[in-house]
Write a protein that binds this ligand. Structure first.
Ligand SMILES: [Zn+2]
Length: 297
């Protein structure tokens, strides 16, 4: 039998494009805390922490199944699964997956969770593109190619859209800048003593070194950050959390073995202080950007 070389090349190319996996290159040398285990715990009402030491993942348990917010790196999955089990919940009961931003340290395991649980992925519509390209179309990390396994979202969300499951309603707040579709979530939860309005914030940190006006693949990045700072300053809530544990001082507020105590997450002052310091860097960047002549000018 004669072997047709062209056919082999064609089949190989087809296989590579279908398999996809081989093309994913998660950035290396990440902080050790991202991959470290930590004790999962009940935050408030039906809201639980199931992430790694620094990459926050949240589980919201309802009578109609569970919601998972953020998945950490691809390698975070076994930690998240074990945490969900430790808390007495069923990993397979995840019905909805949400994310605060389409960067590999929060989306790494989304494709796997979606495949294994058949959960629906809801994403801020402005991050859908980055999610579908596995990070390739991201303005900041896109040059590194695919940094996570691509995911086709089931539902696209816009500012103030509500996500409902069982008795839980989550409102998505569009907070772009860090990514085009970065977002925060607000939800109400309660225990036998109290009701709590919880903010899960995507803090608007700046990751580009170049001047805003040189970020050609994200033309309105500066305006987006400005709008996000303005809207986050107006937020009202009882307790707050964020995409990274370090952003809300989780490990200072709670030690392993500590009993259930939502009050430790009630420091609004820290939220507004941290937001202010991020805004100061934003304002400083704008000032220095416009004062210095650009290399391309
Ligand atoms: Zn990020």
């Amino acid at each position: 039998m004669q072997i047709d070389k062209n056919k082999i090349i064609l089949i190989t190319l087809l296989f590579l494009s279908i398999s996809g996996f081989s093309q994913v290159r998660e950035p290396l040398n990440n902080p050790a805390e991202w991959s470290q285990k930590t004790e999962p715990f009940r935050i408030a009402g039906n809201l639980y922490y199931v992430g790694t030491y620094d990459l926050a993942s949240y589980l919201i348990a309802t009578d109609k199944g569970n919601i998972l917010i953020n998945t950490g790196l691809a390698s975070s999955l076994p930690i998240i699964k074990e945490n969900i089990k430790t808390l007495g919940f069923n990993y397979k009961s995840i019905k909805i997956i949400l994310l605060t931003q389409a960067h590999f340290d929060h989306t790494g395991a989304i494709a796997a969770v979606k495949k294994e649980t058949k959960a629906k992925v809801y994403v801020d519509k402005n991050d859908a593109d980055v999610l579908e390209s596995g990070g390739k179309s991201d303005y900041a990390f896109g040059a590194s190619g695919m940094t996570f396994e691509p995911v086709i979202p089931d539902f696209l969300l816009k500012d103030k859209d509500k996500i409902k499951l069982g008795k839980t309603t989550i409102t998505m707040l569009h907070h772009p800048g860090h990514t085009k579709g970065s977002c925060s979530f607000i939800l109400n939860t309660s225990d036998k003593d109290k009701n709590y309005r919880v903010l899960i914030a995507n803090m608007p940190s700046i990751i580009v070194d170049k001047k805003f006006r040189e970020v050609s693949s994200y033309k309105n990045i500066q305006e987006d950050y400005a709008k996000t700072f303005a809207s986050m300053k107006r937020l009202d809530f009882d307790l707050w959390l964020a995409s990274h544990a370090s952003q809300f001082d989780l490990h200072k507020k709670r030690k392993p073995g500590d009993p259930y105590n939502p009050k430790v997450f009630m420091d609004k002052d820290l939220f507004f202080e941290n937001l202010q310091s991020l805004e100061n860097s934003f304002l400083y960047k704008i000032k220095t950007d416009s004062n210095k002549p650009s290399k391309n000018d």
